[in-house]
Design a binder for this molecule. Structure first.
Ligand code: PLP
Length: 331
């Protein structure tokens, strides 16, 4: 019996470029500028924003990334994000492709070339191409890539009505991997997909000791019945730059009497469920109220005052605080 097969083309360079352009034409995301150490510069044509398939970041997940926000033409809290990026590189045994100051400069220049004033900047470090083995290929040069894009966005109702979350059935990453922002996000992806399939907005990891971990790409925090802002310790979850900043900014709410204190500690799930408020924190979401967890209301089931006040403080810090880096746009 003979099966009919359609022949597969052997492509030339022009056909590949045309195919890459067509692919980008079908995708709604607008990537504004991309730097690649492998290309040796910046490109603004999304069809050219590529990396070799045999970079070990692609086929082994041997790479790290981080994301900083771009607000009204200035980069927010980049140094905190770069500190974490460099810590992640250390945990992943990646050699820095260039000194930190040069990476910072490349990020700023890529944003300038993008012309984009608001959005996000995501950057990656890879162990480089050269083989399909596990350990880096002989002579592999680590890669550095920067992408400027509109950023992730969430429904307005998350802020006005609050979100619903569920405890994920997927296990939390072991601590070393959870504190490293590597390109291995399979548990995070599966958790978010599971939540969406269940008709809620996101998931929450719980650790083996029954303590609250984090969400898919965001941290969680609580306001206890007696008004203390409690955040899980950062030894088994990612040290969110937003959380770290929000914990500092929250001191103003203690002074105002809206909070009784701020604590970073292990949070048993049952204590967490009795919270007055539950918050989601991250560079993309900023601060959003969680009003339902595993089909049970948090507090009175409505967005609370601490979530609102912290969002205001964070937004103000992102617009007028002292953690903003200007971008030398050409016009
Ligand atoms: C797993 C995880 N937890 C927490 C966060 C929040 O971190 P940040 O506030 O720096 O965005 C992120 C996002 O980077 C994340 O991927």
């Amino acid at each position: 019996m003979s099966a009919t097969t359609s022949p597969i083309s052997l492509l030339d360079t022009d056909q590949i470029l045309a195919a890459l352009r067509a692919l980008r034409g079908r995708q709604p995301v607008k990537y504004a500028a991309f730097y690649s150490s492998q290309l040796g510069g910046i490109v603004t044509d999304p069809a050219l924003m590529v990396i070799p398939f045999d970079d070990h970041m692609v086929h082994r997940g041997h790479g790290i990334f981080d994301t900083a926000g771009l607000v009204a033409g200035r980069i927010y809290d980049l140094d905190a994000h770069l500190d974490r990026f460099i810590r992640s590189a250390g945990h992943s045994k990646l050699t820095l492709p260039c000194p930190r100051e040069r990476m910072r400069e490349i990020i700023v220049q890529t944003v300038a070339a993008s012309g984009q004033r608001d959005g996000a900047i995501r950057y990656w470090m890879s162990s480089g191409p050269g083989s399909l083995e596990l350990s880096p290929a002989a002579g592999a040069e680590p890669g550095f890539f920067v992408m400027v894009f509109p950023g992730l966005s969430y429904p307005e109702r998350w802020y006005t009505d609050g979100l619903k979350v569920m405890t994920t059935t997927y296990p939390i990453k072991p601590s070393l991997y959870a504190i490293t922002k590597s390109t291995n996000y399979l548990p995070n992806v599966l958790m978010q997909m599971e939540a969406k399939a269940a008709g809620v907005d996101n998931g929450v990891f719980i650790d083996a000791n029954g303590h609250v971990g984090e969400s898919s790409n965001m941290n969680v925090a609580f306001v206890t019945a007696d008004g203390v802002l409690r955040h899980p310790k950062f030894d088994h979850i990612l040290a969110g730059c937003t959380s770290l900043r929000a914990l500092e900014l929250a001191q103003a709410l203690v002074t105002q009497g809206l909070l009784a204190g701020v604590e970073v500690c292990d949070i048993p799930v049952n204590d967490a469920r009795a919270a007055r408020e539950m918050l989601l924190l991250g560079s993309s979401v900023k601060v959003a109220p969680i009003v339902e967890w595993d089909r049970q209301p948090i507090g009175d089931g409505k967005p609370g005052p601490v979530a609102r006040a912290l969002l205001r403080l964070l937004e103000e810090d992102m617009r007028t605080g002292d953690r903003l880096i200007p971008v030398p746009y050409s016009a």
